[in-house]
Design a protein around this ligand. Structure first.
Ligand code: SF4
Length: 371
């Protein structure tokens, strides 16, 4: 039996293949650390190499990333997909996923992808504001996104949606609008990418000409916190936040500006717990006499509760005067936290406090529906 919690990806980068032009923020050759177009022999080598690392009982997916897969010439698509299908039919991998542009989806393409047993299509949407899409040189509109999503669902593929924040013309309101529309489209997964300024992109020129200002790290964490809370309370699986750091995807190397952090997701998750814990304490514990706070959580949440470099611990100590804060693993649901203060245990439902926070900052209404 396959262990679904051991989900492994075999990434095959097809940098910029199929893309009709360069979007202003994109330099896939830098992002994917690859300068050459991949060929079939290399694809087989990559798959075999990854398969040799993975255990047999894991759930394994081949993923074609980094270009506009369905806009590549059809013969090349066939040759690549044939290889993935061969491994799938031999039972060596479980699923096939690919990412592409919303305006490169039609009946012909989806019929062809079905033939090769593709499971998941991820759309690089980036924004559902036509102004942001235009200013970012995407070359498609939000109407193309809605059309593509409808077709992908009609053909019964799993749907992934990718959004960016901080693109030219974007702001908190537009990012929230995009996230809320994503929720209505009910994707199986979402990725969130704060915009980074990568070398040799048009965005770099805009920075040099003072026509674009990247988000600061704190701003990007704040917006991503709100987006992630929205997705969490609507039970949408967010599979990535922030560009994967590589040897060159680092500030001072190929990233010349923008909210880059190697542990960006942890900053966001930790910020959620900071907001949840402090709003629970503010609301429920009026008179803190204890010098110690004990926090019991699922083992998966320990580092997020503590925060990057124990930032949350320091924050709670300073704000509430606790002399000591200890965090312990407990066999409890990830959605709950137990606080022990003055020998009394308080159970916090994290979802409830995320909703309260989003309500307080006017992002959702009392009933929690997001739009
Ligand atoms: S963002 Fe996507 S569509 Fe635009 S150039 Fe990069 S890979 Fe191609």
């Amino acid at each position: 039996m396959k262990l679904l919690d051991k989900h492994y990806i075999i990434p095959i980068f097809v940098p910029h293949l199929g893309c009709p032009h360069d979007c202003i923020f994109c330099n896939q050759r830098k992002i994917a650390s690859s300068c050459t177009n991949i060929n079939e022999k290399e694809i087989r080598e990559i798959i075999d190499r990854y398969l040799s690392y993975f255990k047999k009982d894991c759930f394994i997916e081949i993923a074609f990333y980094g270009g506009s897969f369905t806009a590549i010439d059809i013969e090349t698509q066939r040759n690549f997909l044939k290889i993935a299908l061969e491994y799938k039919e031999e039972g060596l991998i479980d699923e096939i996923r690919l990412s592409t542009r919303p305006d490169s989806i039609d009946d012909f393409i989806l019929t062809h992808l079905k033939k090769y047993k593709v499971d998941t299509i991820e759309l690089g949407v980036q924004s559902l504001s036509n102004e942001v899409l235009y200013k970012s040189g995407r070359g498609h509109t939000k109407e193309d996104v809605y059309r593509a999503v409808e077709l992908i669902k009609k053909y019964n593929f799993n749907l992934g949606l990718q959004m960016m924040l901080g693109l030219p013309g974007d702001n908190l309101e537009r990012s929230l609008y995009t996230a809320k529309k994503f929720i209505d489209l009910k994707p199986q997964c979402v990725r969130i990418y704060p915009t980074l300024v990568i070398k040799e992109t048009y965005l770099q020129e805009m920075v040099l000409e003072n026509k674009y200002k990247a988000l600061k790290l704190e701003e990007a964490v704040d917006i991503s916190t709100k987006l992630l809370m929205l997705f969490y309370i609507n039970e949408i699986n967010v599979i990535r936040i922030g560009l994967q750091p590589t040897e060159n995807i680092q500030l001072g190397k190929d990233v010349i500006d923008g909210p880059f952090h190697p542990a960006f997701r942890q900053l966001v998750e930790a910020n959620i717990y900071k907001l949840v814990l402090s709003s629970f304490i503010d609301e429920n514990i009026l008179d803190i006499k204890a010098s110690r706070l004990y926090i019991f959580v699922n083992s998966k949440n320990v580092s997020n509760i503590a925060g990057h470099k124990s930032k949350n611990i320091k924050y709670l100590k300073t704000k509430y005067g606790f002399g000591d804060i200890k965090i312990y693993n407990r066999d409890i649901d990830q959605k709950n936290i137990i606080l022990r203060i003055d020998d009394y245990d308080y159970k916090i439902n994290v979802n409830k406090y995320m909703k309260k926070y989003l309500n307080k900052v006017n992002i959702i209404n009392e009933e929690n529906r997001s739009v």
